[in-house]
Design a protein around this ligand. Structure first.
Ligand code: FE2
Length: 327
């Protein structure tokens, strides 16, 4: 539904759009006040190293919240600019009303000290409050033919969608933080203790990835084909993680890929960006499929590149060095 500004079908709805923009602005201003204390808490725990076993999780949380704080600042600026274009400013009344909610949430989140579960829960709820407000704004703006406001709502909502998904994927990690901060064993520890040898044996078996790759039938893993992977890489939307051995990497790899051999992934997990999609690759896609599954368990958005470097090279996609081959 395309309407130019001067033929807007429902001019009486324009005031509603302004009101909804003011609501979103108040949420964003409130969110910006929440980031400070939340980040300070996480920094404090990380610096005190009170929880060494979950240090990398704290590091990842810090960077994810830092990235989202930047997006939120940008949202607040864009909504304020849009309101100015429409000839109004942020609403004082809405700001005050919502900051009371924000304050209450902050207080609730602190009951019980280092309550990571409550913080993550509140952050998850808050993102959905933002998402719902963007949705309403987008649909209202479309009805009056205000394409610019609708586009603004759509673009910003994508950041909040991403943050909500990130929090959701990390609830298992948050649980580890909660347990560790109370001195209780985390499931991560007990898993490693119980399955360590089995996991190692499995990883070693994968070293001998066969030409035909015909093994016992496996559940299909979520993956992307090489064309999709190439597009994600090209557009900067995903980091390529190559998990092969040194000689395979040296023979030829995807430009700008991060190289972490499979057996080092666990120890070097903190090098992986938590707020960015990861696509994993090995020679045929078997080893990297396992790594992708492991990363998903740990809260990353990770997909395996189907067919691995063999499919990539066969499709004539870029290699480093340019005349590289698949070893
Ligand atoms: Fe948000």
């Amino acid at each position: 539904m395309e309407h130019s500004d001067n033929t807007a079908p429902y001019p009486e709805l324009r005031g509603k759009v302004v009101g909804q923009l003011q609501t979103v602005h108040a949420l964003k201003a409130g969110a910006l006040r929440m980031f400070g204390p939340m980040l300070a808490d996480v920094h404090k725990q990380r610096d005190e190293q009170a929880l060494p076993e979950v240090e990398d999780l704290l590091e990842n949380m810090t960077s994810a919240f830092g990235v989202h704080e930047g997006s939120t600042r940008e949202h607040e600026r864009r909504v304020r600019a849009r309101l100015r274009t429409l000839g109004v400013g942020p609403s004082k009344r809405r700001n005050l009303g919502l900051s009371a909610v924000v304050l209450l949430h902050r207080r609730l989140g602190r009951i019980g000290g280092q309550n990571h579960g409550a913080s993550a829960r509140d952050a998850f709820v808050f993102e959905h409050l933002e998402i719902a407000s963007w949705e309403l704004l987008e649909h209202l703006a479309e009805r009056i033919g205000d394409a610019e406001t609708a586009e603004l709502a759509r673009e910003c909502r994508a950041d909040d969608d991403e943050m909500a998904a990130l929090i959701r994927r990390n609830f298992p990690n948050v649980l580890s933080l909660m347990l560790a901060s109370e001195g209780l064993p985390t499931s991560r520890e007990s898993e490693t203790a119980g399955d360590g040898e089995a996991q190692h044996a499995e990883a070693s078996a994968d070293e001998g990835e066969t030409e035909d790759g015909r093994d016992e039938p496996q559940e299909p893993e979520p993956g992307v084909n090489v064309q999709e992977a190439a597009r994600l890489r090209e557009e900067g939307k995903a980091l390529v993680l190559d998990v092969r051995d040194q000689e395979e990497w040296d023979a030829g790899h995807i430009p700008d890929a991060l190289w972490v051999p499979m057996e080092e992934v666990e120890a070097r997990r903190s090098e992986l960006p938590i707020a960015r999609r990861v696509v994993t690759v090995c020679r045929s896609g078997k080893r990297s499929g396992k790594v992708a599954a492991q990363l998903r368990d740990e809260g990353h958005e990770a997909d395996n590149i189907e067919g691995g470097m063999e499919a990539w090279h066969k499709a004539g996609l870029p290699m480093e060095p340019p005349d590289g081959h698949v070893a």
